[in-house]
Design a protein around this ligand. Structure first.
Ligand code: PLP
Length: 452
């Protein structure tokens, strides 16, 4: 390939990156990744980088699985595309829908395929509103979500999410979307116990429902563990109370499993880890381990039966149920299942990683270290006892830590002044040790810089 500097210049000149400061890209140049194997990335200079984010929380089976490439090639040769509109179907979509119905919890027996997590949530938004239209209650239009949640960056997904930076651009949120606070005890819990705080934040849902009028609320949407918001692990009291409230007011519960699905939290789905009973589950990312784009809305009998009895649901994407993506997803699920990847991650790697990860709390910069399965975060603070924020603008210290990690060939992401990880589920114990060593070294270097 071209020399790195030339690639970087072309990249800055022609390639518009998601969620990236253009000026910074032009000044520093992107790090160009050329290949990957297992949990390791290789850049255009031949450096080997430990990817503790599994790409964007998606490469659950790890990089370099030829089985997935082979299945994609076979499917492309046999049937590269056919749509699932207008009473046509094909084997990969049928078999994947059947498989997802088998592994999804409860009565989630029906699958609407999408192209990504964002457009899956757009599907969900339209589907829950349409459900109530068909039930003769069109006034049930409002959907409640959470500040700092992330549900994608389309008009629907970005509106459902509670990222203020996203809302500040392009006229979001769209009408009928309302937000409540998140259960982030570390940042906002003050003197309360995590349990009391979790209960209080869940009860904000009831207050919002009553404010809007229960007869106007279609659904509540949330991630089992808020991911892009900083891996916010809710107090144990939170989800049971949410579940009680949605049941009381007959409000549909959409659980966004785009990150937490397919083994990330130690079970197949975060709903199982958190004891949640969803009406719809949003899936993407780990459904194909990121090898090819695919999203899915997995829907309960209760909703699907109503939607199926109505006139046609006027919704769908050209790539809904794309045969190549469905074939890859099926093979990916086979690997996760038959190789015991989900089970091993949950039972063997998660406890090992938890012990090492939580021990980071002894570092002077780290106030809280939390992890569920293979999804963890540390909160950075100048004062652990008071859970204080840094004087520098929010995110400055997190950014320095991320830079140090990257310089030490470790991909960890920062969300404000939190550092997060979500490695491939196939990471070994020896690789966990490398991850933790590099994280510690990077934290030490960040501390030096902050104190300099
Ligand atoms: N929902 C959650 C919980 C996510 O974390 C993401 C992406 O990170 C999305 C939805 C959006 O998915 P996509 O980027 O595939 O559109």
């Amino acid at each position: 390939h071209l020399p790195t500097a030339e690639l970087q210049a072309l990249d800055a000149a022609h390639h518009m990156h998601p969620f990236t400061f253009g000026a910074e890209l032009a000044e520093k140049g992107a790090r160009i990744i050329t290949k990957a194997m297992g949990v390791w990335l290789t850049d255009s200079e031949g450096e080997e980088i430990l990817d503790a984010m599994a790409g964007l929380w998606c490469v659950n089976v790890g990089y370099g699985r030829e089985e997935l490439a082979d299945v994609a090639a076979r499917q492309m040769k046999q049937l590269p595309f056919y749509n699932t509109f207008f009473q046509t179907s094909h084997v990969p979509a049928i078999m994947l829908a059947k498989k997802l119905a088998e592994i999804a919890p409860g009565d989630l027996n029906h699958v609407f395929f999408n192209g990504s997590g964002s457009d899956s949530n757009d599907t969900n938004l339209r589907m829950v509103r349409h459900y109530w239209e068909l039930k003769g209650q069109p006034e049930r239009f409002n959907v409640i979500s959470r500040w700092n949640g992330y549900h994608g960056s389309t008009m629907g997904g970005g509106s459902l999410g509670g990222m203020k930076g996203i809302h500040a651009q392009g006229g979001l949120p769209i009408p009928g979307i309302h937000h409540i606070d998140q259960p982030d005890w570390w940042s906002e819990g003050g003197d309360m116990t995590p349990e009391d705080f979790g209960l209080q934040r869940a009860q904000e849902l009831e207050a919002k429902i009553l404010e809007l009028g229960p007869e106007t609320v279609a659904a509540f949407i949330a991630e089992p563990v808020q991911g892009a918001g900083g891996v916010i692990v809710p107090p144990a009291t939170y989800w049971p109370e949410i579940q009680r409230i949605v049941k009381k007011y007959d409000i549909l519960l959409i659980v966004d499993e785009v990150i937490t699905g397919f083994g990330r939290t130690g079970n197949w789905f975060g709903s199982q880890t958190m004891g949640i009973t969803p009406d719809i589950m949003t899936c993407a990312k780990g459904i194909t381990s990121g090898y090819i784009p695919l999203g899915a809305s997995i829907v309960s009998d209760k909703i699907a039966n109503v939607i199926d009895e109505g006139d046609e649901f006027a919704h769908g994407y050209t790539y809904s149920g794309h045969p190549v993506a469905c074939a890859v997803a099926l093979e990916n699920i086979r690997l996760l299942e038959e190789e015991g990847i989900v089970e091993r991650a949950g039972k063997e790697i998660a406890p090992y990683l938890k012990e090492k990860w939580e021990a980071l709390v002894d570092h002077p910069l780290v106030g809280e270290a939390k992890i569920v399965g293979l999804m963890g975060s540390i909160a950075l603070t100048p004062n652990k006892a008071t859970r204080a924020k840094f004087k520098a603008p929010g995110g400055t210290v997190g950014y320095i830590c991320r830079e140090r990690c990257f310089a030490n060939n470790l991909v960890m992401r920062h969300v404000g002044d939190r550092m997060i990880i979500s490695p491939p589920l196939t990471i070994t114990k020896a690789e966990v040790d490398i991850l933790i060593d590099r994280a510690r070294k990077s934290l030490d270097e960040a501390l030096e810089r902050i104190n300099a």
